[in-house]
Design a protein around this ligand. Sequence first.
Ligand code: OXD
Ligand code: MN
Length: 599
Amino acid sequence: MNRLQNEFLDSWVKSIAAVTTPDNVVICDGSSEEIRALETKMVADGTFIELNGSKYPHSFLHRSHPSDVARTEQLTFICSEKKDDAGPTNNWMSPDEATSRVWPLFSKCMAGRTMYVVPYLMGPADSPNARVGVEITDSAYVVANLRVMTRMGDVALRRLGTSANFVKGLHSLGDLSPERRFICHFPETRTVWSIGSGYGGNALLAKKCHALRLASVEARDEGWLAEHMLIVGITDPKGRTTYLAAAFPSGCGKTNLAMLIPSLPGYKVETIGDDICWMHVGSDGRLRAINPEAGMFGIAVGTSMKTNPNAMRAVGHDAIFTNVAVTPEGTPWWEGMDPANPRGVAGMTDWRGRVVGPDRTEPAAHPNARYTVSLRQCPSVGAGMDEPAGVPISGIIFGGRRAKKAPLVFEATSFAHGVYVGATMVSETTAAATGATGIPRHDPMAMLPFCGYNVGDYFKHWLEMGPKLKHPPKIFHVNWFRQGKNGSFLWPGFGENIRVMQWMIDRIHGDTDARSTLLGYVPTKTGINLNGLDMGGAAYDDLFDVDAEAWAEEAESHLKFLRTFGSRLPEALVQEQGALVRRVAEARASASSAKVAAK
Ligand code: OXD
Ligand code: MN
């Protein structure tokens, strides 16, 4: 092993090699020669299957172990010294218990394998807000993914210099058994241990483990925000570019919104990020956002030329596909990709490697099948992706997947109210994590699985950010997934979402009025552009109906959820809940007096 120039890194790597006993150690430089050699090795040992190079140049398929296909929230732990610092939404394991229960699993775990040392930089190379991490892994697949997802190799070592300031991530596939799978985060020592899984969110430690769980703790301590948000820039027909950040839970359309192709003329969308957003208070008193990542680890299923043409173009070359199906001609295939041919073709190979036909009873691609691709390959990528200071955020959007109750869009009446709206978000679970799908759960700010500390303190931190901003962003809530009485979606979504963005941008610039409801402001009937949508006369009323009876129940469930944070719950949120209850009561009273008057 070459001696690393940085003595802290060098001694850490040596200490890990002494425990894990790999056959050899490779320090990754991020060069194209290095990745080509790794790809050749992975094709030879079956980790990668090369796809049809004339249709999908330089692209590969990886099939994971069938029990290792999504994030495993039940096996993910925050190992803070005190249990209360992890809070009621996280699994907690004491550092001592992790040392006795998890650390022994790393003993000799890399025997017969290569240990890769992967330095990476989160954020634009010249950004003062970028951070360095180093992941040690025995998975070449992880190395290939990190090379796409981060600025990896020498660029990170140069940035690190002689400093000891880097996140230490140790990852091993172990024996891939869910019985011996653990993802442990140590916020106090900025360390992650992950064993027993090769799945993205569990194994690419730069992503959820560093850029969200550990970064959220640093952000609290240093006065910034590390969020599960996309970042998008929209230039409107007036020539204004407005940047928005949006938090939706996993599998609820962040990638689609980040690269939407507007259905309205005169709008242009730039993608800055599709999953993670770090926001600092800029010298101009605005929130400034950087995307710490450089690539996308997107959900393939449902992605098509109709739903997300930019993503389809991005994955047309230099892509890694995980757990998709393959056609006999060696091209990737997934459910929803080709609406004209929804069952695919005869002789396809499914995500487990079995040859299947259109009459199969199970999906051919895993519902959480993924593509890994550089964001630079996305036709809508914005230059702001490399802006060292980040882009100025004028609006924050929270959103969930809710069949009922939540209207298409509403605007919070103040920053603190917006924090309440984010804190009480509810969304239905998706295939991005193991477990049942479609179950509504509280997912505050879409950070439920990703906040590295007590969510009560996280709310307090959010509330404290508002007064630090001379120009706080407006805060909105959207729900693209509301269903009508017959169970079909009321809103067409995708490119038509620009109509909702148009309203938000006009609100930000003071160009349009709004109607006040118990939830906040919604568009007036003429304030949102529904022209040309074949939705019938009642569309506006269906999309913006706020049912006071349903929100009376909802407000109670908010309080129950908030109370789980006990003494860590900021009083300001209790007051916001009280204000919601009062608005609900007023709405009920005026609805019943309207009924009496009508008699
Ligand atoms: C992701 C997730 O992979 O949220 O981004 O699960
Ligand atoms: Mn995500």
